[in-house]
Design a protein around this ligand. Structure first.
Ligand code: DON
Length: 588
């Protein structure tokens, strides 16, 4: 299809989809009859993302005959334009793909990489303390970006359309502009000070050229970004990792004292990895392997919880249920602090951590009358070594191909610095390394040798794109944003569906809890009753409700934000998490 025909087709598909919305996107209550919060339902699949226009771009690709990978890549590039908080060209991520015809899953790792000049102690000040201003808000906080190569690799390997076709909508959105939504305006208000540190960021994202902060209804035109996208459209990944754009990145590094060189960019590689697999009550969990910690620990926690046969009977978010969840989380995050890192640099004991017998051992240490203290729980001992092994969006197409993508700059708007002339933000993903053993990173997470900084290494992540199979076929695809809370969020969405029979809308809405070993506090979203909280406090848990003065800034007022699709008995159901600014589930 030519470029123009493609655009025309997308226009037609958009109109066509509006016309069919009432049939395809009718409420799930039409089928279930009694759901309090019905999910959206369709017979054709969904693209669900944190930003509506980008979800619709992917949906239009599905409607035009593309598969789930084509749609995911189109949405990924569109998010880089319309959701610059986390959609990106200057960051990285993970993609989990289930190929229906081949009946197999692959995990694509396009996580950022530490530049060749990175060293273990690069963020320590003269007193030997971790200097977070440098690891979070400087050119030195940027890892070598992986997003562009990740999206291009996925498309070339598993897609059916050309790069030109799937990137065209993003180019158009950058060149002609996208309309500022309430969500974007609110985000700018929240992160304004972070963007003010860099004149190009101010111009690209905060106020354009007229010096007035963007407001709802304004049009954000990104000419430099459009040019970068055109280079990628024409030359593929080379259009980013070599030539003009690469030189602009290096010039930006030289201006701001960063480390990324032309050689770092030219040698960046996407890595295809085997997913980690688990079984929970007969459902198969297909999850992201290291350098994500998500897959291993979701499976580890499910293994621990599977031993409680009465979980459903305890009742959702009852004190007894939360007690078991917290103790499973405590043990998993303790192990995370010691055993998880880039598997190409550290022998992550994946099989041992996801072993059911190990989970049973951990479960036997849980006291069901009293809270354990995190300082009494050390990372599991004597695990055999093994040789190597945020924004989330989900896609399911009508053939059952399923894609889960998490992509991030780390913090919203990354480091706050943009590549001048190229139109995109730099990530601050280097802060996901452990700058110093025992020093918490931006998400309060602690690490050691396994996640220490090394040249070429990828920082440990919590991003958890996850697919659940039922009878060997995709049943649920989900993932979340939210740093350290991603793992516990995805765990609870899976449990809500499998254990408590919730539809995906209810599974997304239900109040969540979070515990991450250290700090030793149980965080609850509002909605867990006071008497439940009182029982847990009596048992020795330090219970905090979001909205109190938690001093846990990394939680950003909520626990995760999910994008979920479920397939069951001929129908696709979807929910874009209502927390914060709701995203959008697009179908046709
Ligand atoms: O990879 C990670 O674990 C983090 N950099 C993810 C950041 C994130 O989820 C931001 N969204 N709130």
């Amino acid at each position: 299809m030519t470029f123009l025909r493609q655009l025309l087709f997308i226009g037609i598909a958009t109109v066509a989809s509006m016309a069919t919305t009432s049939k395809a996107a009718q409420s799930a209550s039409a089928i279930d009859g009694y759901d309090l919060f019905p999910a959206q339902v369709s017979e054709n699949g969904f693209v669900t993302a944190q930003e509506r226009v980008a979800a619709e771009v992917g949906r239009d690709i599905l409607a035009a005959g593309g598969n789930a990978v084509d749609a995911a890549v189109a949405t990924g590039f569109a998010l880089a334009v319309t959701h610059p908080q986390a959609g990106n060209l200057g960051g990285g991520g993970f993609m989990m793909v289930y190929l229906a015809e081949e009946n197999r899953a692959v995990a694509i790792d396009f996580r950022e990489m530490a530049p060749a000049g990175a060293t273990r102690d690069m963020y320590l000040d003269q007193n030997g303390d971790a200097d977070f201003a440098t690891s979070q808000f400087s050119h030195l906080s940027a890892g070598v970006p992986g997003s562009v190569m990740g999206l291009v690799y996925a498309l070339e390997t598993y897609g059916t359309m050309s790069l030109r076709e799937v990137i065209a909508p993003a180019i158009l959105l950058a060149a002609r502009g996208f309309e500022v939504t309430y969500a974007y305006e609110a985000s700018l208000a929240e992160y304004r000070s972070g963007l003010l540190i860099d004149q190009s960021s101010v111009e690209y994202f905060l106020e354009g050229l007229d010096g007035e902060a963007y407001r709802v209804g304004d049009i954000v035109v990104q000419k430099d970004l459009a040019r970068t996208l055109r280079d990628i459209s024409r030359e593929g990944a080379k259009g980013f990792y070599e030539g003009r754009v690469a030189e602009l990145i290096v010039a930006e590094m030289e201006r701001g004292g960063g480390l990324i060189t032309l050689d770092d960019l030219a040698t960046y590689r996407v890595i295809e990895r085997e997913p980690v697999y688990g079984i929970y009550r007969g459902y198969e969990i297909v999850a992201m392997p290291p350098p994500s910690s998500g897959g291993i620990h979701i499976i580890q926690m499910l293994n621990i919880l599977e031993g409680y046969e009465d979980l459903t009977a305890l009742g959702h978010n009852s004190a007894d249920y939360i007690h078991r969840l917290v103790e499973a989380m405590r043990r998993a995050y303790a192990d995370r602090s010691q055993y998880l890192g880039d598997p190409d640099y550290y022998a992550v004991p994946t099989a041992a951590l996801t072993d059911k017998a190990y989970a049973e051992e951990l479960r036997s240490t849980i006291n069901l009358r009293r809270a354990n203290k995190s300082l009494d729980i050390r990372p599991g001992l004597d695990l055999p070594a093994e040789s190597p092994q945020t924004t989330h969006y989900s896609v399911m197409d009508a053939e059952g191909n399923t894609v889960a993508v998490a992509t991030t700059l780390n913090f919203s708007f990354g480091s706050g610095y943009s590549v001048d002339g190229a139109g995109f933000l730099l990530n601050n993903e280097m802060d996901d390394f452990s700058a110093k053993p025992g020093a918490p990173n931006g998400y309060g997470l602690i690490g050691g040798t396994a996640n220490a900084i090394e040249a070429g290494k990828r920082p440990l992540s919590s991003m958890s794109p996850t697919i659940v199979l039922k009878g060997g076929k995709p049943f649920l695809v989900t993932g979340s944003r939210g740093g350290s809370t991603i793992i516990t969020t995805v765990l609870q969405v899976i449990l809500n569906v499998i254990e408590f029979d919730m539809n995906v809308e209810e599974a997304s809405r239900a109040p969540r809890i979070h515990h991450q070993w250290l700090p030793d506090v149980v965080v609850l979203e509002p909605g867990v009753s006071n008497d439940t909280q009182a029982i847990l406090r009596d048992r020795g848990f330090d219970i905090r409700v979001l909205g109190d003065d938690l001093q846990l800034g990394f939680l950003q007022g909520r626990i995760g934000r999910t994008q979920t699709i479920m397939y069951d008995d001929g129908y696709y159901y979807s929910s874009s998490d209502p927390r914060g600014s709701r995203g959008y589930s697009a179908t046709y």
